[in-house]
Design a protein around this ligand. Sequence first.
Ligand code: DCS
Length: 289
Amino acid sequence: MGIYPIVLSQNRFTHQDNLTYPFEERGLQFGDGIYEVIRIYDGQFYLFTEHVDRLFRSAEAIKLQLPFSKEELKDLLQDLLSQNNMEKDGIVYLQATRGSAPRDHVFPGGVIANAYAYVKDLPRNLANLENGVSAIIKDDIRWKKCYIKSLNLLPNVLAKQEAKENGCYEAILHEEGIVTECSSSNVYLIKNGHIYTHPATKRILHGCVRMAVERFAAELQVPFEEEAFKLTDILDADEIFLSSSTSEILPVVTVDGSPIADGKPGEFTRKLQEAYREDANISERQLTI
Ligand code: DCS
């Protein structure tokens, strides 16, 4: 599944083949940058403002001056879709780094951030949405500022790879038995009709879909408890699910090889999936998950 030809580079559009940066680049050498993955359904952004706002929060947290304002970026990203005639389900990947400069840990002076964005098709994974996925449990070895959507993803990459090698989709991360989130998604436990998830502290990424889940829970009158749960709660859970822009709301049906409840997606997760489809305006043709 290829990248659409026109990419956004700084505030201009160019063919992807023209996108070259020097190798002394702070994103490449230090992971000194931030990113977003924004979902697109039928050529329309979903949770657009939430993603753009989070990008600017991440930028502020690492003292990075972005080369555009929020409004300019929104216009540029909309243009990126129209220049590529993007009308399907997909994502935009957007990243910004502290620029190209001779390697030195200290911030370079007077260097403009490197920013680029591209568009890709990404069909909804209907099988996963319908059947649920499996997860493993891993130690959360990340730094203490996980609310920043930083390019430093090595612990996440290693955890995800280990999940894959164990035939699983995700790795549920914990700090001394307290569940934080997953390698690339937020995670939730449902018990007696209450949803539990780690509070939006610096220890987790404040997911845009997580914000939507909180809203859906309110609409469905399901209590949304920002209260961390423990590893020992997992096997006792009625339901476990995860959320992200690429995964949507996904039932987790086994953890470390043990089934959650009857090993099938649960009723509250189904209601939240339905709320998601409505909120994202997912077209009729895709309604059957
Ligand atoms: N937690 C982590 C560590 C993530 O990387 C992500 C998103 C989330 C939670 C969920 O955030 P959103 O609801 O805002 O998507 N990860 C993106 C990524 O790197 N690829 O796809 C989504």
